[in-house]
Ligand binder design. Structure first.
Ligand SMILES: [Zn+2]
Length: 758
């Protein structure tokens, strides 16, 4: 996942206090035209100036943050000053006596808020990778203020009047493609916030936003309670047979902690499937654990979120109605690649027949394994992974520990990832030790173009530690922009367990894959070639941004790359081909479930958010109707949800119900970008694979384009045609095409294991 770009217009009510009386501006409308023109020429509003570290750009190379000079107590005042300055900058734009034009309004808005961006870029990386209680405290305090800030600027009528004046005149203006996109985004974002609504409607939007905020917070808390407060409790250790000694000990400790001394307790995990299920030998224990998870928050046990989600869906549909849209998905997808809910739905629904057939086929395979094992039952979801894992182990005899011996972290980065970047894009890398770090385990490199010029700075922060959140991500300390003249300063963050001192730092294949993925985001940021920060590099749609990163996973097992870095740490021997072949084959196994549960969750998300207000209203106050709606949404399509339930059921689907917008009508993005990815791999394979020419072509058509052009156009510029879902279905083993799939490198990019996807 990439760090979200901070919207460049922000405002906080508390910041206003700092600004009172700082400047007043005359309105040109009150003056005669000559005086107004004179005033416009002389217009030099008095803006407040910041103090402290973040007041100006860092003096280090690439304006890299100077961590020797930043203290925790610098952040809060920098946020407050940053907001105050930006507020003053926005007021200065509004107060400009000159008629609104692209430069004095749209570009001026883009320039506003540079101090706030500086502090935000550093702060978000530190709270993610090396946080402290104090940083967490500041984060909690500042987040709502930043969001209130953003909202009230987006809804400022005087500002919108100027933006609209420029927008309405766009046909008569000479603009670059990027200018046009900047204007369109600015206008659309403000319209989307409610700038075109009348006062009464705007009040309704605000009321809905407040209610949504309350209800979604309540949902998040209840979903968490349903997970945290309802562990599986068993009386005897026999019921847990199959678990390791340490898991059983942990269950005993957890039971004591939960007030059941002498018993054993297993905490529920986030998704419907539970990680310990495959190990549990006792089928009754398996069923109990699975049902606790699956029936979470649906009224079976103490917690019930069914009415809450109906009310959230209704509020969203009502808000969409105020904007003249038929449903929430239509309202919220305006800036996505797919744009229309129907596009995303058609995309997913066309996979269903192959998926449902695969689910049934896999169930038969599992039933046979159960019979061979002497069982007299047919497979249920609580049995699924126990038998699937067994078949997988027998068929592919994959020993992850043996695989790991070939992947040493430094070799993966310098001989694998950097080698790929050199072969594809002509880049070179030089490690440097003169840049101050936020943690000693971070590595920094200068990235050079083929001609030796500097492209940007790259930080690599590989190791797990308690102060770092889980997962893997990429972000910018400094955003590329031709307007500011700044080159990109990029970081990649992973969570690889650190080897004990003196032992080789080995990496699992999943982490190797993730490292290539994150570096895909990094080159998307490094090749940014935009005038404006808000369109630069990875500042792209949610259903596009994971596409370039996924494509780069393909090179992890590309033969010429692999042979350059995957060498046994002790013997130096290159990883055997058959080991890679087994990894690839195993990645296609069990897709009816692995892929199916994600498709089902994505479909559920879209069905909830394709409801009209009337349809949603019919579910409020009728929990049984909520159950029926969820079920019908998937079974009508022919999916086997009793065998393969969705990865999240509606009642604990945090992505879509635990914040006012969250990933609502957006969970499909993981699948959508995978389609683009798999189709692009096909293009590379058909066009000579890993070559400088192909790298340059991809850089030119996709990686250097930021968010400046339509995403379908971007794809077509690259591939010469529109994206096709078939390569993804082949890669998932859902349809034929074995020949193509065999030559391809499977990266095991199942959503649950892919960076940034949860
Ligand atoms: Zn990603």
């Amino acid at each position: 996942m990439t760090a979200a770009k901070l919207p460049s217009i922000l405002l906080s009510s508390s910041a206003l206090v700092l600004l009172a009386g700082c400047a007043t501006y005359s309105n040109g409308a009150d003056m005669d035209p000559i005086a107004a023109a004179q005033a416009a020429n002389d217009y030099a509003p008095d803006l407040p100036e910041g103090t402290g570290y973040f007041a100006s750009e860092s003096a280090l190379p690439f304006h890299a943050p100077d961590f020797t000079k930043i203290s925790e107590e610098d952040y809060l005042p920098a946020f407050e000053q940053g907001m105050a300055i930006e507020k003053a900058e926005v007021q200065a734009i509004i107060g400009n006596p000159a008629a609104p034009d692209f430069e004095n309004t749209i570009v001026a808005l883009e320039k506003a808020g540079s101090m706030l961006a500086r502090v935000s870029n550093v702060f978000s990386q530190l709270t993610g990778t090396n946080t402290t209680d104090r940083l967490d405290q500041i984060n909690t305090a500042i987040s709502p203020r930043l969001s209130a800030h953003r909202d009230s600027i987006n809804l400022d009528p005087a500002l919108f009047a100027r933006v609209r004046a420029v927008y309405d005149n766009r046909a008569a203006m000479a603009m670059t493609v990027e200018d046009a996109r900047l204007l369109e985004n600015r206008y659309n974002n403000m319209v989307h916030a409610g700038a075109l609504l009348n006062d009464a409607e705007r009040e309704q939007v605000k009321a809905i936003n407040t209610q949504l905020s309350t209800l979604t917070t309540e949902f998040g808390q209840l979903a968490r309670d349903a997970m945290a407060d309802q562990p599986l409790v068993v009386d005897t250790r026999e019921e847990l047979s199959g678990l390791s000694e340490s898991d059983i000990q942990a269950a005993a400790d957890f039971a004591s902690e939960k007030g059941f001394p002498g018993k054993y307790a297993i905490a529920l995990q986030n998704t419907t499937q539970q990680p310990l299920l495959p190990l549990l030998e006792n089928r009754e224990t398996r069923e109990r654990l699975f049902r606790l998870s699956h029936d979470r928050a649906d009224g079976t046990n103490a917690v019930d979120t069914r009415d809450l989600i109906a009310r959230i869906a209704l509020l969203r549909a009502q808000k969409a109605e105020l904007f003249g849209e038929p449903d929430w998905a239509s309202y919220t997808m305006y800036d996505r690649m797919a744009k229309q809910p129907r596009t995303a739905l058609d995309f997913m629904e066309q996979m269903v027949p192959a998926l449902a057939a695969t689910q049934r086929r896999e169930a038969e395979l599992l039933d046979a394994a159960i019979r061979a094992d002497g069982g007299d039952f047919t497979v249920q979801p609580w049995d699924w992974y126990r038998y699937a894992n067994r078949i997988k182990a027998e068929q592919f005899s994959l020993d992850e520990d043996a695989v790991m011996q070939y992947f040493q972290l430094e070799r993966v980065l310098e001989d694998g990832i950097f080698h790929m970047a050199s072969e594809l894009y002509g880049l070179s890398f030089e490690r440097r030790d003169d840049i101050p770090l936020y943690h000693p385990d971070v590595w920094v490199y200068t990235v050079f173009e083929e001609d030796g010029s500097e492209l940007g700075l790259f930080y690599f922060d590989p190791f797990q530690r308690p102060s770092k959140r889980g997962g893997a991500w990429m972000g910018n300390f400094v955003d590329q922009s031709h307007m500011t003249g700044n080159k990109p300063v990029i970081y990649n963050v992973l969570n690889i367990p650190k080897a004990p001192a003196g032992e080789p730092q080995l990496v699992s294949f999943d982490w190797v894959n993730t490292a290539f993925h994150e570096f895909g985001h990094a080159v998307h940021g490094l090749f940014a070639d935009q005038r404006y920060e808000s369109l630069s590099g990875t500042a792209t749609a949610r259903d596009f941004v994971e596409y370039p990163s996924q494509v780069h996973e393909m090179w992890a097992t590309w033969p010429s790359i692999l042979s350059n870095y995957a060498k046994h740490h002790a013997t130096g021997e290159t990883i055997p081909d058959e080991m890679i072949a087994r990894i690839e084959a195993a990645a296609k196994f069990n897709q009816g479930y692995d892929f199916g549960e994600v498709v089902e969750a994505a479909l559920l998300d879209m069905k909830w958010h394709a409801l009209s207000a009337d349809e949603a209203r019919a579910l409020v106050g009728d929990p049984a109707a909520v159950d029926a709606f969820e079920r019908k949404s998937l079974t009508d399509l022919g999916l086997e949800i009793d065998l393969v339930p969705p990865r999240y059921r509606s009642t604990y689907f945090n992505h879509i119900f635990s914040s006012p917008a969250g990933y609502s009508a957006g969970y499909y993005s993981y699948l959508w970008t995978e389609m683009l990815d798999r189709d692009s791999r096909k293009w590379f394979r058909e066009n000579g694979g890993l070559t400088r020419a192909n790298g340059d072509h991809y850089r030119k058509t996709v990686l250097s384009r930021g968010g400046t052009i339509d995403y379908f156009d971007m794809f077509e510029n690259f591939a010469g045609r529109q994206p096709d879902v078939q390569p993804m279905l082949e890669a998932r083993g859902l349809v034929g095409g074995e020949e193509a799939a065999d030559s391809e490198v499977s990266d095991g990019a199942l959503p649950p294991r892919t960076a940034g996807v949860e």
